[in-house]
Design a protein around this ligand. Sequence first.
Ligand SMILES: Cc1cc2nc3c(=O)[nH]c(=O)nc-3n(C[C@H](O)[C@H](O)[C@H](O)COP(=O)(O)OP(=O)(O)OC[C@H]3O[C@@H](n4cnc5c(N)ncnc54)[C@H](O)[C@@H]3O)c2cc1C
Length: 401
Amino acid sequence: MDLKSNEPFWLIKNGLINSYPSLKTDEECEVLIIGGGITGSLLAHQMVKDGYKTILIDRREICNGSTSATTSMLQYEIDVPLYELIGQIGKEGAVASYKACAKSIEDLGNICSEINSNAGFTEKTSLYFASKKKDVEWLKKEFDARVEANFKVKWLEAADIEEMFDMKNTFGGILSEEGASVDAFCLAHDILDFNTGKGLQVFDKTEMKSVKYFKDHNIVTTTAGQKIKAQKLIYCIGYESQNLIKEDFVELKSTFAVVSEIDTDHIENLSKTLFWNTDEPYIYMRTTDDGRLLIGGGDEDFRNPEKRDKMLDKKEQEILKTLKKIKPDYDFYTDFTWAGTFGETRDGLPYIGEHKDFANSYFVLGFGGNGITFSVTGMEMASAFMKNKKHLLTEFFRFGR
Ligand SMILES: Cc1cc2nc3c(=O)[nH]c(=O)nc-3n(C[C@H](O)[C@H](O)[C@H](O)COP(=O)(O)OP(=O)(O)OC[C@H]3O[C@@H](n4cnc5c(N)ncnc54)[C@H](O)[C@@H]3O)c2cc1C
């Protein structure tokens, strides 16, 4: 196939898996989830499991936000290295954040089995490699921090990387046992489908326009004028939360991804590992379960979608130039190229918790390269919030930290 598209690969690959009705009547529920990407779907799964009458709404079709664009690498490794995060927030919070992401990978695997998902969840190792000689020093420091925190890691020399993955021009790296990949678009659909069978109500093309906050409940009014009375709101609106929350808490970035034609034979030795490097911005790479090579990177400050999309060709060339450096003998044939927006925070951590301006509400905003694993952690944190229980990570993921 020689077709190029600005549409994310997952949307084209999966098509319209499920379409839901828009909201046409007033409703009442215990929990209203706003946002139907991977985060909202996971939170809906948790709330239904906890026994709450739950409604989920999305202003677009389900999963047409950043969940359709993601490369879905599931890593315990946060964008900010562990040794640096320890320096920023202390050992307890840093190690707990890394451990939570590791647990999330396992939890997500269990959810995929529980709901019998077709999303291709596959456990993989993860290689974080030095792209410059000068990065080796701090990457070894990072390796030591991970060993001390009991992560299952191994240091690979450049020659080992070349032998295992046929990758050149690297300077060594950390190979981690814990990692996985999944099709997040398909998974979110599967989760919602499973839970509608258990009483979850899903409405797409239903936009939250305004909210009135009361002492023990809130009333959401949609753009079409329907009202939903809910005891609690869970905001899972991704990067669009920037329009809602006054303070500056996240920096929006554009990131770019390229996927090859199906080429199973030549990428066999890459298929069990996730890759990312020490460049700033870093590139990230994995195979898909239908035998393609998927590479992302080239991050830029987000200005507007038009400017972002105009950079597609240039960014594709940039990403493929990096690939050529590490795999000079590999011929990459592009099938799809697309761009997506994501949020970056100073400490690489998400914002999960309450906000003083929003009563009876909880935010699960899993930003950065670990957006998905953070959202999984958000499930147990939101569950604790509903039961008025404390969670160890509340302090580290809170607004105003
Ligand atoms: C190219 C790319 C690569 C990435 N790679 C990775 C990766 O490898 N690993 C990883 O973990 N993460 C990765 N991320 C990040 C990850 O994709 C995101 O963290 C994740 O998709 C966020 O999901 P979400 O459900 O929170 O947000 P979204 O998918 O954006 O969903 C939010 C939803 O809220 C809805 N919404 C917003 N406002 C309203 C409203 N007022 N009323 C109703 N609905 C509303 C939107 O329509 C949208 O569907 C990547 C992102 C991109 C773009």
